[in-house]
Design a protein around this ligand. Structure first.
Ligand code: GTP
Ligand code: MG
Length: 404
């Protein structure tokens, strides 16, 4: 009988996949949890793995057939085996056969059979939002511990209590305000955006310029400068120059450590923010990432903040890889871009929570400068699909985290 081995993020998903691929005559014989992805154990996640047979119709061979088969096999191998050994082998085979039978008759633990329906629904809703298996497990374990049986019956209430638990796992990054009486921070503040190709770095730089520069009635309250490392790519420099022209912000283009250091040394008094746009790099191109890092080393570490742009619309494994590969840039926070392009944010929330990364901003569209907001837990929770969310209660609960 042919065998299969399949993996998926949940038990239900795995069973569905198996049935879709191998039809209804499948027999699951082994179920286990495996870790997938990552490098040297970092960044991996749990999946369910099932092994079994398919195309199953006939009942397993009775013991008599086993004995005949055994004798044939041993005879073919030309071995003279004592009867006592034969009996022992036969007994072993019968026990094995019974075990397999039991397994076939009593399929592995099914969430539907053992879980309260509200917990089953909760798992489905979390899966629907693309949360990782590890994240879902933490929430379900907590729900099992904290909800008395009678409270589980009211699913809407269960959801209302669980949504803040998701929010508790979201970290928000805010540049700390100086303490009263503390010496003024050195200016300018240097903000560097790094990230994979096309994640929205240049567009976000322009949005940040408007956010930090605080322009009202054509007057900038703060002085902002742009620097681009994107000088050799066709169109790269022009894009930021266009924003500079429209927003009346000077743009400098640099391509080496010395040039960046010289350019920064011109910005002393009077300039509040220097925003540095970098070239999009594949997180796999370590050599190119290394070269860019060598140029950016010209930024003085005390007043430079690197933010990593990550699109909300990419898979969890890609987010994880990006977080890991850009680690040498010592980014302080993540900017979630293209939040408008997805209705499922569980993947990015799970990965950032699991990797302990804070979120500084979210961007929500292509329009410059309006489509950017400082990250708020409440705002992210409002994106959850299929969850009943009480915005006011959440705003109260997360007021200190969101700084409101
Ligand atoms: N829907 C949506 N599109 C966005 C958002 N931010 C940027 N974009 C679009 O994404 C595309 C790429 O944006 P860029 O700012 O050029 O991205 P980049 O990271 O600078 O790209 P490279 O320099 O090529 O790596 C453009 O079409 C932007 O308009 C966003 O928040 N939502
Ligand atoms: Mg760009």
């Amino acid at each position: 009988m042919p065998y299969f081995t399949e993996q998926a993020r949940t038990y239900t998903e795995c069973m569905e996949k198996i049935k879709a691929r191998y039809g209804s005559g499948v027999k699951v014989m082994l179920e286990k949890t495996v870790r997938k992805g990552g490098f040297l154990g970092i960044g991996s996640h749990e999946e369910v793995e099932m092994t079994g047979t398919y195309g199953y119709t006939a009942p397993p061979a009775p013991a008599a057939d086993l004995e005949t088969a055994k004798r044939q096999v041993l005879a073919a191998a030309g071995k003279a085996v004592p009867e006592t050994t034969m009996q022992a082998v036969l007994k072993e085979l019968r026990t094995l056969n019974e075990k397999i039978e039991t397994r076939i008759e009593a399929p592995p633990r099914s969430a539907e059979q053992t879980e309260h329906p509200s917990l089953v629904k909760l798992e489905e809703d979390l899966v629907q939002n693309d949360f990782s298996p590890g994240f879902i497990k933490t929430i379900l374990d907590r729900a099992r511990k904290e909800f008395p049986l009678e409270e589980l019956d009211n699913y809407e209430e269960v959801q209302k209590r669980v949504v803040p638990w998701i929010g508790e796992r979201i970290s928000i990054y805010r540049e700390s305000e100086p303490r009263p009486g503390a010496p003024a921070k050195k200016r300018p503040r240097i903000i560097v955006l790094v990230g994979s190709t096309g994640t929205g770095k240049t567009t976000t730089i322009a949005k940040l310029a408007a956010f930090y520069g605080d322009r009202t009635e054509g007057i900038w309250k703060k002085q902002v400068r742009f620097i681009t490392l994107d000088s050799y790519r066709i169109g790269g420099k022009q894009q930021i120059e266009k924003y500079g022209e429209i927003m009346e912000i000077p743009v400098s283009s640099v391509d080496s450590y010395d040039m960046l250091r010289r350019t920064l040394s011109h910005y002393h008094e009077g300039v509040d923010f220097v925003l540095i746009d970098t070239i999009g790099k594949s997180p796999r191109n370590l050599e190119e990432l290394g070269k860019m890092k060598a140029v950016l080393d010209a930024c003085p570490s005390g007043r430079t903040e690197v933010h990593l742009c990550v699109s909300a619309a990419v898979k969890a494994s890609d987010v994880r890889e990006t977080l890991k590969q850009f680690e040498p840039f010592k980014y302080r926070a993540v900017i979630i871009t293209k939040l408008d392009e997805t209705g499922r944010i569980g993947n990015i929330i799970s990965v950032l929570a699991e990797e302990g990364k804070g979120i500084s901003f979210v961007t929500t569209g292509q329009t410059v400068p309006s489509d950017i907001e400082p990250a708020l837990v409440v705002r992210l929770l409002m994106k959850l699909d299929g969850f009943t969310v009480d915005r006011n209660a959440l705003a109260d609960y997360f007021s200190s985290k969101d700084g409101m």
